[in-house]
Design a protein around this ligand. Structure first.
Ligand SMILES: Cc1cc2nc3c(=O)[nH]c(=O)nc-3n(C[C@H](O)[C@H](O)[C@H](O)COP(=O)(O)O)c2cc1C
Ligand code: SF4
Ligand code: SF4
Length: 296
């Protein structure tokens, strides 16, 4: 048996979730490929070659990132192949459920059968910085939950997230974000006094949107996905990300414990934000984890 997960991950959260699935799948004897989605899709693996097919992405403005919609359009048609979706997002609001509607719609027309979807809360890479403690709690929860849900996927269990009233309209309206981010991406700037020209950002951009010339001058193209990878991982915090600069989050979270990043930690002034929704998410996760604590 084998499996593939086509994964887009801006700053690593979704890829981490997929790695947990890969670990559990392989423990169950299913050889698993994680295919990182980039703008160059010339080497797209054929889903027909896999017993289990999954797609994973971070939620962007309550939608799947545009690159995932492009992927869905490019994939080969199949005849009744089941698929699952894994998504990560910074807050657990139910409205995030609408993020898969368009993606699923495209795949259904190509003969894919939507079987299940799972949503994991992971630290924000945009909007505001969670505290290290919150981030670790999210990650520890995902680590306990993913193996259970990975086994559900392998069993072919149905798992659909609740519908949202007027969700399709809401998701459609918010897809304006995809155009807005392409425009905003042209207004990215790098502070020359901070930049050490390590070129990490240029190499990491999944759509090749950053160019640095031989004189160290930056230019930004029109294909930005606003995945946040460049600004999040810049080692000197040199980025300004256009009109969204107030929402910029910089530096990896210490998910496996230890000290926070070397850069000054951004303050979290949002301790009341979605407090009830987070509490519900962690309570439901705890209940499921406890229920399955005796499983293999
Ligand atoms: C442009 C953008 C839009 C986002 N929109 C949402 C959102 O609508 N809801 C949400 O809960 N999180 C949102 N987030 C946060 C990410 O979904 C979250 O941090 C995710 O785990 C990042 O995954 P990644 O590291 O795989 O990119 C957004 C992040 C970015 C960069
Ligand atoms: S990652 Fe930061 S420091 Fe490195 S080249 Fe890009 S802007 Fe400059
Ligand atoms: S420019 Fe930065 S935010 Fe935009 S797609 Fe490239 S890495 Fe992502």
């Amino acid at each position: 048996m084998n499996a593939i997960i086509y994964v887009f991950s801006g700053t690593g959260n979704t890829m981490r979730i997929c790695s947990l699935y890969q670990e559990e799948f392989e423990r169950q004897g299913v050889a698993t490929t994680l295919y990182p989605v980039r703008s160059d899709m010339s080497d797209l693996p054929d889903p027909n070659a896999f017993d289990h097919v999954g797609f994973a992405y971070p939620i962007h403005a309550f939608n799947a990132p545009k690159i995932m919609l492009t992927l869905a359009k490019k994939l080969k048609p199949v005849s009744g192949k089941a698929f699952f979706i894994l998504k990560s997002s910074g807050e657990p609001l139910k409205i995030n459920n609408v993020s898969s509607l368009r993606f699923v719609g495209i795949l259904k027309k190509k003969g894919y059968v939507f079987k299940s979807e799972y949503h994991y809360v992971m630290p924000y890479n945009m909007i505001f910085r969670h505290t290290d403690r919150e981030a670790v709690k999210m990650w520890e929860t995902a680590k306990a939950l993913c193996p259970i849900e990975a086994r559900e996927v392998l069993c072919g269990a149905e798992h659909k997230l609740p519908r949202v009233f007027l969700g399709r309209l809401f998701a459609w309206l918010l897809r304006i974000e995809q155009i807005a981010m392409r425009v905003n991406g042209r207004f990215f700037r790098v502070k020359a006094d901070k930049c050490v020209l390590c070129r990490k950002c240029e190499k990491a951009c999944p759509v090749g949107n950053i160019r640095i010339d031989e004189k160290g001058r930056f230019s930004f193209g029109k294909n930005c996905l606003m995945c946040a990878r460049c600004s999040f991982f810049c080692p000197t915090d040199a980025f300004k990300i256009g009109i969204l600069n107030g929402w910029r989050v910089n530096g990896a979270y210490p998910l496996e414990g230890g000290e926070s990043k070397e850069l000054p930690t951004q303050e979290n002034k949002h301790e009341w934000y979605c407090k009830k929704a987070y509490a519900r998410y962690f309570a439901a996760a705890k209940e499921k984890i406890e229920k399955h604590s005796g499983d293999l």
